[in-house]
Design a protein around this ligand. Sequence first.
Ligand code: 5GP
Length: 198
Amino acid sequence: MSNSSKQVFAKGQLIIISGPSGVGKSTICDQLVKQLDNVYLSVSATTRSQKNGEENGRDYWFVSRDEFEKQIKAGNFIEHAEVFGNLYGTPKDKVLQALDKGKTAILEIDVQGAQQVKNLYPAAKLIFILPPKQTELEKRINDRGRDDETDIEKRLDGAGIEIAAAWQHYKYMVINDDLQQAVQEVIDIIKKPVGEQE
Ligand code: 5GP
């Protein structure tokens, strides 16, 4: 991609939150919405099936593969990726509108999607959430009772690969041991002026 096709936002900032399944990304994002003003939390589209306790339009937009592929062709996603055998994508319009209004737009997406967004919007801040230890992931995935055994296996297998990729591509790594402390660290990163030396 040439530099001229890269976009810079004069107004809002774009924040990407990634991390292995069960690390607590959604809980952290919910807290960011509660504790920060002027935030837009993106709702992704996915072809994976809706799980118990999930709501269409709140957790995800649940769509068929056909519908998803039509949306790709129409250019409606900022990024999209196949994760654990299903397609996930970030709807473009709402995110661009939020940024245009000066909001902080938060995308909870995987490492493949994060790299796509970073290529398009170099000013995006990439934050990766880590578990305090590997066994904690397994415990949290089991405790939330959302996924069946095959899904749990896929997610645990993917965790190591995702964490390895994150050390290469993410500027900010936050360990979610104590939730409030992790949320505060993420808030400090969001509030840090872009380009400030660490
Ligand atoms: P889950 O099925 O457990 O809700 O999510 C599986 C993975 O897909 C997680 O790593 C999550 O961050 C990622 N994901 C969710 N929405 C998106 C999206 O819009 N784009 C990309 N690239 N990944 C997503």
